[in-house]
Design a protein around this ligand. Structure first.
Ligand code: ZN
Length: 166
């Protein structure tokens, strides 16, 4: 939980660079997915090149989706750290904001889920199955409370670390 140190492979990245990043999460996927594919764990359906919330198609193959794989393996793609006096005193309010953001994003994008929210003395940590949700949570907190927001991206593994402080 040290703000100034980053694991190898993570580089500072501008927010607008991240917006251009739209590649699919291929975590634990073996080759190209058949369409439609149904995830037996969460019910998401891979159709027209993306995971969606749809009724289970009759001709669907089954495969666990990347988000469910990440949850099972406890292997997040996104990490958000919120630090400072403000999160220490407004923890409940911030966590509600984070949950609301997840609900909004997940409704449209089934792969964007919160894995864990943990609260410690020095702040709040959130892990996500998708880098876009981590970015979105950072944006939501920054929009609501200002403060300082930084992104570090690992392009090799498509991992994102978001640091916010106030
Ligand atoms: Zn799934």
């Amino acid at each position: 939980m040290n703000d100034s140190s980053h694991p190898p492979g993570f580089n500072p990245v501008r927010r607008d660079m991240l917006l251009q990043e739209s590649r699919h999460d291929s975590y634990k996927l073996k080759g190209k997915l058949h369409e439609p594919t149904y995830c037996p764990d969460c019910g998401a359906v891979f159709h027209t090149g993306r995971w969606q919330w749809l009724d289970k198609p009759k001709d669907a193959q089954q495969a666990t989706c990347p988000a469910c794989h990440r949850m099972r393996d406890h292997f997040p793609a996104g990490f958000v750290w919120l630090r400072g006096d403000f999160p220490a005193t407004h923890g409940q309010e911030i966590m509600q904001l984070i949950r609301n953001r997840e609900t909004q994003e997940k409704a449209e994008h089934p792969m964007q889920r919160i894995m864990e929210i943990s609260s410690a003395e020095d702040g709040i940590q959130v892990t996500t199955t998708d880098i876009h949700l981590a970015r979105s949570i950072g944006d939501a907190v920054h929009h609501a409370y200002q403060g300082e927001l930084k992104f570090h991206y690992n392009p090799e593994q498509n991992l994102l670390r978001v640091n916010w402080s106030r």
